[in-house]
Design a protein around this ligand. Structure first.
Ligand code: KG4
Ligand code: ZN
Length: 350
């Protein structure tokens, strides 16, 4: 059972082929990715129209590359999968359109995959895949959720952000420091040179007793801190960026303090979710799962409690086609996919 998957929800074009034969965990046979980061950098964020156009340019050459890696012709593919949402409508339509066109041309079924299910299941492509049940911490640019996962398609939401996502908190803090886009990795890199205890920033909802998150207030606190430091400097804020008057040490300290605040909340709430469910396994997925401070702190806290933590391979933390092909494969194996042919309409769910 060969499944070709397309991811085009935002600023990465991803294509991958997995073998989901029998009951064995699907195996990756080929995968290719093109990141649009460089193209969007000049604008300080993703420009949806440019994203859609670039997906169109990249998707077929990437598909050829994946089939060449696997040494197979397109006609060998049994099922075609694409990200159905959430994401940018125009961007999603590219993956969906290509998947439906290929499905129709090859006479193969097409299935839409939820982007977050792709992230959630992505650790199953690692050398040491998790076993069900587990608690999942899903931390991406658009979502922050804790879930109880009992099997493929058996997900119970335990808590989620009531405003900004963790990735957004990273990105917005980075922007306030003039670090550009994408902010998460840049802020994390700068934070390595800073003191995480330099500035006292809020840990929103840390003691709320539930498993919800809130990160919007943190952004305001970072803004206030940057303004305070900028005004304390003789140059004042009359430069092109608010954070320009800050010294490199001050910037690194703000970055480290912001990162520490975000990570503290994510770790504390993940542990609370493990307590609440009584489960002994944690899966961390989504772009923020690449953050090294988050990994260090979760690893240390979980080692103490004899809880196993699973991450996707580092290169599969952010958006990619492999997780979409994998999620489709696991759904097919679990009997949850509608494999009827002919429904080749572009049904995206932005
Ligand atoms: O999962 P993802 O690639 O896309 C979405 O589905 O949103 O996540 C992207 C998010 C961005 O907010 C990015 O800044 C953040 O993940 N991110 C990180 C790191 N790498 C990516 N945040 C903190 N530290 C990182 N190393
Ligand atoms: Zn994503």
């Amino acid at each position: 059972m060969l499944i070709l998957g397309f991811e085009s929800s935002c600023d990465e074009t991803g294509v991958a082929l997995v073998d989901a034969s029998g009951d064995a965990t699907p195996r990756l046979l080929g995968h290719a990715l093109h990141s649009q980061i460089e193209m969007h950098q000049a604008y300080g964020g993703v420009v949806p129209e440019l994203a859609s156009r670039d997906h169109i340019r990249r998707v077929l050459p990437l598909t050829d590359a994946v089939m060449a890696q696997a040494g197979l012709p397109l006609s060998a593919v049994d099922v075609i999968a694409h990200t159905r949402g959430p994401g940018l409508a125009g961007a999603l339509l590219v993956g969906s359109g290509v998947a439906c066109a290929l499905g129709m041309a090859l006479g193969k079924p097409v299935i839409g995959v939820h982007h977050l299910e792709g992230h959630l299941l992505s650790p199953f492509l690692s050398a040491d895949p998790p076993q069900f049940p587990f608690v999942a911490l899903l931390v991406s640019g658009g979502h922050t959720q804790l879930m109880r996962v009992d099997g493929v398609g058996r997900y119970e939401l335990l808590g989620e952000t009531i405003d900004d996502a963790a990735g957004e908190a990273f990105d917005k803090s980075a922007k306030l420091l003039g670090l550009g886009y994408p902010g998460g990795p840049a802020l994390s890199k700068l934070a390595q040179q800073g003191d995480p205890a330099a500035y006292k920033l809020p840990r929103p909802l840390l003691h709320s007793g539930d498993l919800d998150f809130s990160f919007a207030g943190l952004k305001t606190a970072v803004l206030t801190q940057v303004k305070r430091l900028a005004h304390a400097h003789p140059d004042g804020p009359a430069t092109s960026h608010l954070a320009d008057p800050l010294t490199p040490v001050q910037k690194a300290d703000v970055a480290a303090s912001a990162q520490a605040a975000i990570v503290d909340v994510l770790v504390k709430k993940s542990l609370a979710a493990l307590d609440q469910t009584g489960l002994q396994r944690l899966v961390v997925a989504g772009g923020v799962g690449a953050n090294s401070r988050l990994r260090e702190q979760l690893n240390a806290a979980c080692a103490k409690r004899k809880v196993r933590v699973h991450y996707p391979e580092l290169h599969l933390c952010t958006d990619n086609g492999a997780m979409i092909a994998l999620a489709a494969g696991l759904r097919v194996q679990a009997g949850l996919a509608d494999l009827a042919q002919g429904g080749y309409h572009f049904d995206v769910r932005p």
